[in-house]
Design a protein around this ligand. Structure first.
Ligand code: CMP
Length: 140
């Protein structure tokens, strides 16, 4: 497997509890390099656009309100098989199902307030990186 880039969000429940550094350390320990990073606060329109694929889900409004409730940290992670590796280190969406040692097992509060987001495929990784970062911000 080649070197890949993936997109990550450290979500409001985690930034609020001052867990940014501990979560970033999990990525680095897994061999992922943080090649871009910024702390931002989303507008409602931005959150709705980013999660547009979930617009018909019953939890969509709750998800968008949560994502604008506090700042988030958006990052680009790079490494061997980065998309799968990031999903492994994040753990299952629902922390109740997440494996020991994963970010969601250690830090997530619920299926909604689950501390991190990570891209699920190369196409979504490219789209999500481009949503938040310009080429000038991606130095490698
Ligand atoms: P994420 O990986 O960011 O992608 C979509 C998000 O929707 C997911 O993580 C969860 O935070 C959220 N989500 C998924 N299922 C539910 C649910 N049943 N209730 C509330 N939020 C959910």
């Amino acid at each position: 497997m080649a070197i890949q880039r993936t997109f990550s969000i450290i979500k409001p429940d985690a930034t609020k509890r001052n867990l940014t550094g501990q979560i970033a350390a999990k990525f680095e320990e897994a061999g992922l390099r943080i090649v871009a990073s910024k702390r931002i606060q989303l507008t409602l329109a931005q959150a709705q656009a980013f999660y547009g694929v979930h617009a018909e889900r019953p939890f969509f409004d709750e998800l968008c309100e949560f994502m604008i409730s506090e700042p988030i940290v958006v990052q680009v992670l790079e490494g061997e098989d980065a998309i799968a590796k990031n999903r492994e280190v994040m753990g299952a969406t629902n922390p109740a199902d997440a494996a020991p040692g994963t970010i969601r097992k250690e830090f997530a509060l619920s299926i909604g307030e689950n501390s991190v987001h990570g891209s699920d495929a190369p196409e979504t990784a490219a789209e999500e990186i481009a949503f938040f970062f310009s080429g000038l911000e991606l130095v490698g």
